[in-house]
Design a protein around this ligand. Structure first.
Ligand SMILES: *[C@@H]1O[C@H](CO)[C@@H](O)[C@H](O)[C@H]1NC(C)=O
Ligand SMILES: *[C@@H]1O[C@H](CO)[C@@H](O)[C@H](O)[C@H]1NC(C)=O
Ligand SMILES: *[C@@H]1O[C@H](CO)[C@@H](O)[C@H](O)[C@H]1NC(C)=O
Ligand SMILES: *[C@@H]1O[C@H](CO)[C@@H](O)[C@H](O)[C@H]1NC(C)=O
Length: 336
């Protein structure tokens, strides 16, 4: 039988050990017993921390086994869905172009984008996981970047329209859709063409975002969702401009609402998205194949319109990055 004093002694020794470990590890890490190991931080060590999903072991191609970034790198943390991750990728791409640093994106972002696009040029960070990371030289924004061995880690939801759109044609070229998505979107356009039986048809892609944006818009902007008036007015603008030779292809997270509110008696409106089956890559490819765009809010619609690269009418959400994009690209108009 142990006495209460013996128990107390055990507890005290345990607590003392905890405090020593804490001081040693966190307060004065210089006194770490294995300083070498602590210095050895590899780029691969923090790829997982940039991702919201679990990474699998990486297969590194031969070339990359012998390659390490000479100077600093640019990379980014993953956040949001397809549209956000396209901005995260494109921002990394543009910062690398501006600074000359080597760009890498975490594999989780490549995985999402590789399902939609072909031959992306930025390699996954996992390919240089064996290279040492100089953590003390990482900064969060290109604004503070000053020397070539300084790395930049862009935050999740990074959106740098000014930088990205100074090479608008090149970023469109970077986001090339997979062949099956291009073919499927061509079939959507052909079907509309066939049904309308018109020569010289102009296609206008419409993005209607509803479900999750109702709460988001109210919380962050104190605004309600765009109503049918916005879309109908914007469609009438294009109907008039192209004298009726126009087909509207609607992609949406709420196709039911679109059918109830946008079709009315018009035969030139086609709701492309199917309820319940979300295929963001396919919807984006349809928007990109169109000649012009009508979008409400959110990064997805903005990318659809950037890739379509025609005239764009967008809903007025002040302080959304879409407004900045509309100032940078020709032929983008805000409609209330
Ligand atoms: C960055 O490079 C400069 C010279 O190229 C060197 O003097 C400096 O120590 C380097 N800094 C780091 C943190 O590696
Ligand atoms: C399509 O239009 C052409 C002339 O514009 C007409 O000759 C043809 O019959 C039409 N076809 C259908 C299926 O309506
Ligand atoms: C409109 O888009 C279609 C499909 O992408 C394309 O074939 C056509 O050339 C475009 N029209 C104009 C005027 O750009
Ligand atoms: C957009 O809305 C803001 C605030 O409601 C307003 O100040 C601005 O003039 C509007 N922009 C356009 C182009 O209507």
């Amino acid at each position: 039988m142990k006495t209460p004093y013996q128990n107390l002694l055990v507890i005290s020794i345990f607590l003392a050990t905890c405090i020593m470990v804490f001081v040693h590890k966190f307060l004065f890490p210089l006194y770490d017993t294995m300083p070498k190991k602590k210095e050895m931080k590899f780029l691969g060590d923090f790829e997982q921390s940039l991702c919201t999903t679990n990474l699998k072991p990486v297969q590194v191609p031969l070339f990359w086994k012998h390659h390490c970034p000479k100077d600093g790198i640019v990379t980014v943390a993953q956040g949001g869905r397809l549209g956000n991750q396209m901005w995260e990728y494109a921002s990394t791409w543009a910062v690398a172009r501006r600074t000359g640093l080597e760009p890498y994106v975490p594999r989780c972002i490549r995985k999402v984008l590789d399902e939609v696009f072909e031959d992306l040029s930025i390699p996954p960070l996992g390919y240089v996981s064996h290279c040492p990371a100089k953590w003390d030289t990482f900064i969060r924004s290109p604004e503070f970047w000053s020397y070539t061995n300084q790395s930049i880690l862009l935050p999740r939801f990074a959106v740098l329209p000014d930088l990205v759109l100074s090479w608008a044609d090149d970023i469109r070229h970077e986001f090339r859709f997979k062949r099956r998505l291009v073919e499927a979107s061509q079939r959507v356009l052909e079907t509309a063409n066939h049904l309308l039986n018109s020569t010289a048809l102009v296609y206008v892609g419409i993005h209607v975002r509803r479900t999750d944006y109702r709460d988001y818009l109210w919380r962050t902007h104190g605004m309600l969702l765009a109503g049918e008036d916005f879309f109908i007015e914007a469609m009438n603008y294009f109907r008039k401009k192209f004298r009726g030779n126009v087909a509207f292809l609607v992609v949406s997270d709420d196709p039911g609402w679109c059918r109830r509110n946008l079709l009315k008696s018009h035969s030139d409106v086609f709701v492309v998205s199917k309820g319940g089956v979300t295929s963001p890559g396919q919807d984006l490819a349809v928007m990109a194949a169109c000649n012009h765009s009508i979008i409400d809010y959110g990064t997805f619609g903005v990318w659809g319109a950037i890739l379509a690269s025609g005239e764009t009418i967008l809903y007025n959400v002040t302080k959304h990055s879409s407004i900045r994009v509309s100032e940078l690209l020709p032929n983008w108009h805000i409609m209330n």
